[in-house]
Design a binder for this molecule. Structure first.
Ligand code: ADP
Length: 923
């Protein structure tokens, strides 16, 4: 059901008392004011038909009447505008709340004047989901839309992932990350835990441990242990050192639920809400002993646990009961002469550092989902996180966990007061505007044009003149400066808006304090180094540029002016003062066409014709040269044999009808069309009329045909690729893959455990990245573009890669299944608005196949590395390979052999390389 809210303005208009003339008109005649009704006044009976007296009085009356009529006509003429306006429905910002059960979100959306959309409305501006959202969904979002989750946030919100990531940073930066209690992930760290307990015993110390399910919530499955040896080796649990000296309030243990809003990860922007919940336990706290460790009302502070205690007090204010406000808590500290400001600052610091740990994961995942998005553009994702913080007696904050779907239930007054303000301020900070949609469409159009143009431009062609190179380099510089300028303006506008609309939020990253800012930027660089080793240098450079950019708007404008002055000197414009040096560019050379990129967006409309013509001029000759090559000969006997290049597959069924675009008409007609387009541009001059007759559809079909051609070439290149097994020939690698398939029953559980359990998300991603980076290289070569990210085909591939990583690697694992699961990834396209042609789909299939092969080879390599390490001959059947902690080290070793950056990766470990045949084909 649509619950549509009327715009306040509209309501006011509808409820408005009509002016007297309008009302009299309406009541007197109750008819529509149409042209015919207006005509009636011009055809009044003439005065001649009546007597003189009557005539005089009539004349007087007439004049009066006429005046009145003129006024009425006037009103009638104006009148229709009012009902017309009334009829015009004012468009509203719509919010899709089908994914949330919390009424407070609806209430606050309505308070802000937003309309609640139909449950199945995909075009809403804002989506609010209680559960995590699949990466596909985020990929499909339009850039004016917002959704309340980030891909990759699980890296800090799942307890085991948080523990693993924290352990990594603690190793290198112990001082900065000491706020997370010591944690072990079971079963892998079980022996480390026992060793730790042994050390404690040797030192005659005892500690309490708390165990929690890795993906648990609301206190489910939590237990305390005084003796670490008694902790079971259960899967999917973590063990934490218990903070046994918590700060107490009225003798009760409590924790804080703080709310943190992340509005963007590219770049990172974080806000802390200045209030939250204090959740008290309901049994007075005592240090843990064997006798009380099972008292959950004493040791756990969850509302979901304590509400079952008869002593749970429902508070009717913010300062009483078992749930209170953080503001009250700070007041309580002040009354007890405790510096609450310092504590609050330390808490903010802890939150920022935690998000710094998440940033490499967030950025990577976000860019994978939104490859075309310009850095600094509005983020489609935002997230309200619930940080659970424990304060100890020394007033040290400890990070217990982070909730990606904190409860917005409003059982008590304190809940409603805090959460409603939080949601209202969150939505307001997102700065959603009705115009975002149209701006998005315009930007998309501009981007499509840019893309189409680029596809036909061969800036790096061997026949390019010096003069042209110079011209292009100035253009490129101008373009970069314009982008920088736009980015700077956007940032300052955004900051301005945030400062005026942050409500009770305070921005904690980037912080205003310069020293703090510098430290955080250093930490960001360090975490990229830790999590992305190979890519780190590039990322670190980018971090400096984004977060430490001292460039001011005026500087950029100066540089731009300089650039334009250079250009005006006209060294390369034939009409300019200077003469171009070097050979005169040929008319048919695509590079001779002025780049549309040098124009502002508002000039786009005028540019359109020139651009499209230049595309036809530049695109066609190269198309004519490009031939479609023969099919690749037979493939290996494995069930997943390579796909033929004509878009059919021996093992995969082609996708059912829908969404498959038909190929353009015959080559013959396309060639004719091309030559027509060429001859029109032959002299390089066009009359406005000629320009206006350029047929968009025709151009689109030419470009489409070219895209199809290149997609087919891509498929050929992908089919030529093989995963290289270090130190082995191609045939040997093929043989290994065949053997793995032959002994599939044996290997299946081992590979499943290796991929799904032992590899963490970064390592899983690295496996997929081996294929991804090589696919990028193929696209670069085949499509001859500098910006692969903007290619539609790459966006499609990225969705497949993301799908394979979906659900902690389950996506790829499903592809090994013999059931229909094997092609379940194809479902990502069935709901998509994007049309995928058969050749694109076949490329995707080939990519999936390469990813499967890649996993098998990495797995086998790890197994061989392990067996050679233990000096036992490696059985092709990998008999001794256990799925326990031991093989983790072998795996770690093997993966460390995969340098994450593409170059070394391709040199050393798992290069996917085209065979000689591909090279000889020169693609
Ligand atoms: P859940 O997601 O199930 O709520 P938490 O990690 O938040 O799990 O733990 C639940 C409760 O257990 C916390 O609110 C806190 O009171 C207590 N707790 C958890 N970890 C610790 C710890 N390391 N030291 C002390 N108390 C803890």
């Amino acid at each position: 059901m649509i619950r549509q809210q009327k715009a306040p303005g509209l309501e006011r208009m509808q409820g408005m008392k009509p002016s007297s003339s309008v009302s009299s008109l309406a009541s007197a005649e109750k008819q529509d004011v149409t042209l015919s009704s207006l005509m009636h006044y011009t055809r009044r009976p003439s005065a001649k038909t009546t007597g003189p007296l009557q005539q005089t009085s009539r004349r007087h009356d007439d004049r009066l009447e006429e005046k009145q009529e003129v006024a009425e006509v006037d009103d009638r003429l104006k009148g229709p505008l009012i009902p017309k306006k009334k009829r015009k429905k004012k468009s509203l910002i719509t919010v899709n709340l089908s994914g949330t059960r919390y009424d407070v979100i609806r209430q606050m959306s309505e308070k802000l004047g937003y309309a609640i959309a139909k449950d199945d409305d995909p075009n809403s501006y804002l989506f609010w989901n209680d559960c995590f959202v699949a990466t596909d969904r985020i990929s499909e979002m339009k850039s004016f839309q917002r959704i309340n989750h980030f891909p990759g946030m699980g890296e800090i919100t799942r307890k085991d992932c948080l523990a693993r990531n924290m352990a990594k940073v603690q190793k290198q930066l112990p001082e900065d990350f000491s706020f997370a209690p010591k944690t072990w992930i079971l079963p892998a760290d079980h022996s480390l835990l026992l060793n730790y307990a042994k050390d404690l015993r040797a030192k005659k110390k005892t500690k309490t441990f708390i165990i929690k399910p890795s993906n648990g919530a609301q206190g489910h499955g939590i237990q305390l242990f005084r003796n670490a040896e008694k902790i079971p080796q259960s899967e999917h649990f973590i063990v934490q050192e218990y903070i046994d000296k918590p700060l107490l309030m009225d003798g009760y243990k409590f924790d804080l639920r703080l709310y943190v809003l992340v509005t963007s990860c590219d770049p990172l922007r974080v806000f802390l809400f200045d209030d939250g919940l204090v959740r008290l336990s309901t049994e007075k706290y005592l240090a843990p002993t064997e006798a009380n460790i099972n008292h959950s009302y004493m040791h756990l502070t969850n509302y979901s646990v304590n509400k079952h205690n008869e002593f749970y007090e429902k508070g009717d204010s913010l300062s009483s009961g078992s749930k209170r406000s953080v503001q009250y808590f700070r007041e309580y500290l002040r009354q007890n002469d405790i510096n609450d400001g310092l504590l609050w600052q330390n808490i903010g610091d802890m939150i920022v550092k935690t998000l710094i740990v998440s940033e490499p994961h967030l950025l990577h995942a976000y860019r994978m989902c939104r490859p075309g998005a310009a850095p600094g553009s509005d983020s489609v994702c935002f997230e309200v996180l619930g940080f659970d913080v424990l304060i100890d007696r020394k007033l040290r904050p400890w990070l217990l966990e982070i909730n990606r779907s904190p409860s917005f239930g409003t059982d008590e007054k304190v809940d409603f007061d805090i959460k409603s303000a939080l949601i209202e301020d969150t939505i307001r900070l997102l700065n959603i505007k009705i115009s975002d949609k149209s701006r998005n469409m315009a930007a998309q159009k501009a981007e499509a044009r840019k893309r189409l143009f680029r596809q036909n431009k061969r800036a790096d062609g061997p026949d390019i003149s010096e003069y042209e190179k110079k011209r292009q380099s100035i253009e490129k510089r101008k373009e970069e400066l314009k982008e920088t300028l736009a980015r700077l303006r956007k940032v300052s506008a955004r900051e301005d808006y945030e400062n005026r609309n942050r409500g009770r939020f305070r921005r904690i990253f980037p912080p205003d304090d310069k020293i703090r800012h510098e430290r955080y930027v250093q930490l960001l660089s360090a975490t990229f180094g830790i999590f992305m080793s190979g890519k780190a240098p590039a990322m670190q450079k980018e971090i400096q540029r984004v977060y430490n950019n001292k460039l001011k708007e005026v500087d950029v404008m100066d540089m731009l002016a300089e650039c334009e002055a250079d250009e005006k000197e006209g060294k390369y414009f034939t009409g300019g003062t200077g003469k171009p040096r070097g050979p005169k560019p040929l008319m048919s050379m695509p590079v001779s066409v002025p780049s549309p990129l040098e124009h502002d967006e508002d000039e786009d409309e005028e540019m359109e014709d020139e651009e499209t013509e230049s595309m036809s001029a530049s695109g066609s000759p190269s198309m004519a040269r490009q031939g479609y090559h023969s099919r690749r000969p037979g493939s290996s006997g494995r069930p997943d044999s390579r796909l033929s290049n004509d878009g059919t597959s021996s093992t995969f069924n082609s996708r059912p009808n829908s969404g498959v675009r038909s190929r353009p008409t015959s080559n013959m007609s396309a060639t004719n069309q091309r030559s027509r387009s060429l001859s029109r541009t032959g002299n390089g001059k066009h009359t406005p009329l000629q320009r206006s007759t350029v047929d968009d559809n025709f151009l689109m079909s030419v470009v489409k045909e070219r895209e199809d051609e290149l997609t087919r070439k891509t498929l050929v290149a992908l089919n030529e690729m093989r995963i290289k097994f270090p130190g082995k020939s191609d045939q040997e690698a093929e043989f290994i893959l065949d053997k793995l398939h032959e002994n599939w029953k044996f290997h299946k559980p081992r590979i499943a455990s290796y991929w799904l359990v032992k590899l963490d998300s970064i390592k899983r991603r690295k496996v997929i990245d081996i294929v991804r980076s090589n696919v990028r290289a193929v696209l670069l070569r085949t499509w001859r573009v500098s910006d692969v990210d903007s290619l539609k085909v790459y966006r499609i591939f990225n969705r497949v890669f993301n799908r394979l990583l979906w659900s902690h690697g389950q996506g790829l694992w499903n592809c090994f299944s013999s059931s229909s699961n094997a092609t379940s990834w194809e479902a990502i396209f069935s709901k998509s608005s994007e049309n995928i042609c058969e050749a694109e789909l076949n490329c995707c299939r080939r990519i999936v196949q390469l990813c499967r092969d890649c996993l098998l080879i990495v797995y086998q390599f790890a197994a061989e590395a392990k067996s050679s390490q233990s000096n036992t001959p490696h059985p092709s059947s990998v008999d001794e390979q256990s799925s326990t902690g031991q093989s983790v080290s072998a795996r770690d070793k093997s993966l460390s052999l995969i340098p994450p950056n593409t170059q070394t990766m391709s040199q050393k470990y798992s290069k996917l390389y085209p065979t000689t045949r591909t090279q000889s084909m020169g693609s």
